[in-house]
Each structure stands twice: as structure tokens, then as C-alpha cells.
Write a protein that binds this ligand. Structure first.
Ligand code: GLN
Length: 446
């Protein structure tokens, strides 16, 4: 597949032909990566996750409850794509309301991993990563609340970039956990991630959490030869599989050979990552999803009075995982439990953030696994807690609001891609992309 960088240089006629070619290929694919084939505008086609509003398109967040709902406006990122020579092509599949790590919970069915169709593509932006890695999309926009851009990119062997919280407007993104959600690129390589990030980032007064911090565009300033100080967290990697630990050790050697300085660190609060995230995220999700009541959006269930209307719509419309999180979120927010769970989690969130700040006093970047294993088989993860545990390496970055980028560094014995991530200090996307581009060139992953 042509890269975004190359596609932006094509003539309008060539771009139109490209759109038609991609549509043909995407419709013929059996990955179930697309859940819609709409197009809008002109330019280089970008695949859009099913939780980002595109004016006049269906937007369902992979949920039955939003069947029939049509977006009445464009998300800010969509406006920005068209201002930068890009258009929207197609809807990518996702876990329902972006809750999940496998893209198995969508109303539209399971998406398959292009490297082995008996395996999941990761989630929740699994459709986006499967399409980019499977050669049926040039690049895609996903959303990352606790890893949903980086982890599917790692499982599928492409690049996933979650910017600093506040860098990219969330206006028009269906909210899962508002203090953690961030839109970002899923691309074939680091350069394309930089180009797409430059296009979609920037202050937006329509999003009250958008950061009013201007920065130069990253793409014209990309420098893969910068020498950086990179922290490795020694007590953090032992829970990853031996293949991932091996890939990690090889990558550290590669970084040393590139002239980077490696510093060894430990983190004390990593054992609280999963509990903290699943309290904060479910509390916010329970609140955000209260608006889906059968009256204002999407599908309405049969009922004879308004109480039953709410209950029946939500009972029929939400899937099992979403209901589990609404229950958990309302529990941690309920009187009597609020202090013990929600407030405590907010305090631990600060400790997690402080620990990252300490490390960034001595380092430009942190190298970390993205997931403890390669992509599992479809149907293999039954226990919700087991699925939550697989988020151990990605969620702390969202709790701290930091930027991170996952890129493929190798494959395991069965040929499945292994991704690692760089994490940077808040608003230091340039260093993140410089370091990632240098590593990508050195590794030469194909
Ligand atoms: N797997 C995590 C969750 O289910 C992260 C999902 C995401 O980033 N949207 O919450």
C-alpha cells in the first residue's frame, strides 16, 4: 500500500483512482475491519473509527444502542483532515464504546488479525490496525483511552501514536472516559504518524480540555539522528512473555548501538495501574453513557411507560462488557464507596504521574512493552479480569496524560508482530517521533 507521505504528492485524479482502488479492496476483504464504506470530501483517504463523528455518516461506537444514529456535525479532527489534503473513507470496527482489548465485543462482529486470521487484531481500534496492516487502508484515526491505538498497532505490526492528553481535540469523539480519551494516528510508519498528527493536532476552543500550547509541526523537523537518554524500567518487564522480553533486550542493544544513553530505573506504583485505571475509566464511562436512554440518540426499545423505556433500551442496547463497566462505575461513585474507591484512585493517579515526572528528570524517553504477549487467538480471553490485565503496559500512560508511540520491532516464532512503545514527557511529541524514527530505520521492520 502506498504511504500517506507518497499519497499526498499524487494529483487529484490519481487520488480519486486511489480512493476507488481502496474501496474495491476493502469491500473484497474478509477481515471485517470496515463496518461502513462511506466517503466524504476529496484528497488522500483516511479510515475513521466508528466513534468519531463525520457529518451525515452513521456513528455507532460499535454498539446496538446507537444503530440508526446519524452524526449531525464533523468532529474537529475531520475538519482538520480536509484542511490538510485528506478525506474520510470508511468506518473501522471497534470494541463496543471502545471498551476492550480484542475487537470481539462489537455489534458488527469480530475483526481478524491480517497476520493470522484465527487471532484478534487487538482493541479497541482493532479495525483500524487490521486495515492498515492488511493493506486496505493508507492510514487511520483511532482513539486511545488505555491503549486502544498502541496495542492493536502492536498486535498487527503497524505504528500507533497516542498524543499528549489535550493535544488533539476530542470535540466529536464519542466519550468513553473523558479524562483519558485521545484521538491519534494508526499508520504504516513513523513518518506518516508525524504527518497525520501535525494535521489533526492543535488548540480547539470547542474542547475545554484542549491545550493552548502551540508547537512547531513535527514532520519538517523530524531528526532520527538525535542522541537521546532512554530509560528502561527494569522491574516492569518481567511480566511480559519471553519473546517480548527478548525483543525488548534486542531493542535496548540496538538503541545503544545508535549512540543513545540507556539509564536503568524502577517504578514502584506500577502494581496499582490496573486497579486505578479501571476505577477512573468505569466511573467516567458510567457517567458518559447515562445519556443513552432511548430518547435522544439511536435505538428505542418497545415500552409503555418512560421508566421501562430507559430500562428496556439500555438492557437490549448495551452489550455485556459495557453493562459490567456501568455497574462497576456506578458502584465506585456511590455514596459510601466514593471515598474508598474513586477518591483513592484519583490520589494514586497523581502518584503514578509523579513517578513518570521523576524519570523524565533524567531521561528523554522511556522504552516499554505494549502488551505482555502477542495477539491471542479469537475467543481465548474469557475472563474480563484477564483482559484487563493485558492492559498493564498501556494504561498508566493515559492516567498520566503522556504521549506514547508503539512501533513493530520484530516477530515471535509463529510470525506474529511484536511492538514496543516509547513514552515521552507531556507535549514532547517531537522527541518521541525523532526517537521512534531512528529506531524504525535501524530495525528495518517490513
Ligand atoms: N482495553 C482498555 C479498556 O478496555 C483500553 C481501551 C481503550 O483505550 N479505548 O478500557
Amino acid at each position: 500500500m502506498i504511504t500517506l507521505q507518497e499519497a499526498l504528492k499524487l494529483s487529484p485524479q490519481e487520488q480519486t483512482k486511489l480512493v476507488n482502488d481502496i474501496l474495491d479492496k476493502a469491500k473484497a476483504s474478509d477481515l471485517n475491519a470496515y463496518v461502513g464504506f462511506e466517503t466524504s470530501g476529496s484528497g488522500v483517504p483516511i479510515l475513521i473509527k466508528d466513534n468519531i463523528q463525520v457529518d451525515g455518516w452513521s456513528v455507532t461506537s460499535g454498539s446496538k444502542i446507537l444503530q440508526g444514529y446519524i452524526a449531525p456535525y464533523n468532529a474537529t479532527v475531520i475538519e482538520k483532515l480536509s484542511q490538510n489534503g485528506m478525506m474520510c473513507l470508511g468506518r473501522s470496527n471497534m470494541d463496543e464504546f471502545a471498551m476492550g482489548s480484542t475487537t470481539e465485543s462489537s455489534f458488527y462482529g469480530i475483526t481478524k488479525n491480517p497476520h493470522d486470521t484465527s487471532r484478534v487484531p487487538g482493541g479497541s481500534s482493532g479495525g483500524a490496525a487490521a486495515a492498515v496492516a492488511g493493506g486496505i487502508a493508507i492510514a487511520a484515526l483511532g482513539s486511545d483511552t488505555g491503549g486502544s491505538i498502541r496495542q492493536p498497532a502492536a498486535y498487527c505490526g503497524c505504528v500507533g501514536f497516542k498524543p499528549t492528553y489535550g493535544r488533539v481535540s476530542r470535540y466529536g469523539l464519542a466519550a468513553y472516559a473523558s479524562s483519558l480519551d485521545q484521538i491519534g494516528p494508526i499508520t504504516q510508519n513513523v513518518t506518516d504518524a508525524s504527518i497525520l498528527y501535525d494535521a489533526i493536532s492543535g488548540h480547539d476552543e470547542k474542547d475545554s480540555t484542549s491545550a493552548d500550547i502551540s508547537s512547531a509541526p513535527t514532520f519538517p523537523n523530524l531528526n532520527p539522528d538525535r542522541k537521546l537518554t532512554i530509560a528502561v524500567i527494569d522491574n516492569y518487564i518481567s511480566e511480559a512473555s519471553s519473546d517480548i522480553q527478548q525483543a525488548y533486550a534486542n531493542t535496548v542493544k540496538t538503541l545503544e548501538s545508535l549512540g543513545h544513553t540507556i539509564v536503568h530505573k524502577n517504578m514502584q506504583n506500577t502494581k496499582y495501574n490496573i486497579a486505578t485505571y479501571y476505577i477512573v475509566a468505569t466511573a467516567e464511562a458510567a457517567t458518559n453513557l447515562a445519556r443513552f436512554d432511548g430518547i435522544r440518540y439511536g435505538r428505542r426499545a418497545e415500552s409503555t411507560n418512560v421508566g421501562d423505556l430507559f430500562i428496556n433500551t439500555r438492557t437490549e442496547g448495551f452489550g455485556e462488557e459495557v453493562k459490567r463497566r456501568i455497574l462497576l462505575g456506578n458502584f465506585v461513585l456511590s455514596s459510601g464507596y466514593y471515598d474508598a474507591y474513586y477518591l483513592k484512585a484519583q490520589k494514586v493517579r497523581h502518584l503514578i504521574r509523579d513517578e513518570f515526572n521523576e524519570i523524565f528528570k533524567d531521561a528523554d524517553l522511556i522504552l516499554s512493552p505494549v502488551a505482555p504477549s502477542v495477539a491471542p487467538k479469537i475467543g481465548a480471553v474469557h475472563d474480563p479480569l484477564e483482559m484487563y490485565k493485558s492492559d498493564m503496559y498501556t494504561i498508566a500512560i493515559n492516567l498520566a496524560g503522556l504521549p506514547a508511540l508503539s512501533l513493530p520491532v520484530g516477530r515471535d516464532e509463529s510470525g506474529m508482530p511484536i511492538g514496543l512503545q516509547f513514552i515521552a514527557n507531556a507535549f514532547d511529541e517531537q522527541t518521541l517521533l525523532d526517537g521512534a524514527l531512528g529506531l524504525e530505520k535501524a530495525i528495518g521492520y517490513n
